[in-house]
Design a protein around this ligand. Structure first.
Ligand code: GDP
Length: 297
């Protein structure tokens, strides 16, 4: 178990206050603890450094050093700063799907939870937003992945584009677009092929599909437990394909959510949803408060 940041700071300030009034150096000592807590939560070093710098400015004011509860004050400043970094413009749960049929491109590495997330999101759009959704898998190299989406579609009552053997991803995307237009769908979701690593072929394929459908949203699905790797993957996908938002999966695991902070700070992309389990209902709108609480412990 991690020692929570609040407890940790409490301990530091207990020692400090016994020596009289707090100095700015004392606050700096406390901020070192904050930095360790951030690194333990898997926030990358440069992001943690920047973050501490901006907290330091606010925490060295008289309100903190003269406070009877400086530990709590610093925790509050850190908390508010976390919320500031994690909060994007607009509501993360509102997708740009007003013009029917609106294409949503789902991208990400194999195993990130892309197919599962596609189905979870389709279910949410169907049930909450009352949209008619069509899903299509473009993963022609892995027939099992195509079948998996079909099975999930049946399970949640969302249509999938019939599988035609031997088609290439661009042809499938065009067929999905036509089917969505003529079938009266509000949204069509394209589950692109995943690979273990980002390679030329993966990027070329996703870019070709993007150019054919002009997605309203391109959502990158990344495994929230992979920390800094998740951020690198996001940077690369965004550079090469362009991403409109991120879905962090496996946030039900025991990671501490630092990836969310690094993601926001490094890529500037909003986190839209978090995956909280394998079940089809385990998808929630991203809430900065929850992640901040998790990082702080
Ligand atoms: P893909 O290769 O990216 O399409 O990955 P899948 O959608 O097939 O998911 C891989 C595995 O991760 C499956 O066993 C999913 O049930 C599981 N998974 C996906 N999202 C989550 C999540 O948010 N939490 C947990 N615990 N498991 C997840």
């Amino acid at each position: 178990m991690f020692e929570s940041l609040s407890d940790r700071l409490g301990g530091v300030f207990d020692r400090l206050t016994k020596q009289g009034a707090l100095s700015e150096d004392d606050v700096r000592t406390a901020l070192r603890e904050v930095r360790v807590a951030l690194l333990e939560a898997d926030v990358s070093l440069p992001v943690a450094r920047n973050f501490i710098k901006s907290v330091e400015k606010k925490a060295t004011g008289a309100a903190v050093t003269k406070s009877v509860t400086p530990g709590q004050q610093v925790v509050k400043i850190v908390h508010d700063e976390l919320i500031g970094v994690l909060t994007g413009d607009g509501d993360p749960g509102t997708l740009r799907i007003d013009q029917a049929p609106a294409p949503i491109l789902m991208v990400g590495l194999q195993g990130s939870g892309k197919t599962t997330t596609t189905a979870k999101l389709a279910k949410r759009l169907t049930e909450r937003d009352k949209k008619r959704v069509l899903m299509a898998s473009l993963d022609v190299n892995r027939p099992a992945a195509m079948e998996q989406l079909e099975i999930l579609g049946k399970q949640i009552g969302v249509d999938t584009l019939p599988i035609v053997k031997g088609e290439d991803p661009v042809t499938i995307a065009k067929r999905a677009k036509t089917q969505a237009a003529f079938g009266g769908y509000d949204v069509y979701m394209l589950d692109t092929a995943g690979r273990l690593h980002i390679d030329q072929e993966l990027i070329a394929q996703a870019a070709a599909v993007r150019d054919v459908v002009t997605p309203r949203e391109t959502l990158l699905v990344v495994d929230g437990l992979t920390g800094q790797d998740a951020v690198n993957v996001a940077t690369e996908f965004d550079d090469k394909i362009g991403v409109s938002g991120v879905v962090l999966t496996r946030m039900d695991g025991d990671g501490r959510g630092g990836a969310a902070l690094s993601m926001r700070e490094v890529t500037g992309k909003p986190i839209r949803f978090v995956g909280l389990g394998e079940k089809m209902d385990a998808l929630e709108t991203f809430e900065p408060e929850r992640v901040a609480g998790r990082i702080l412990g």
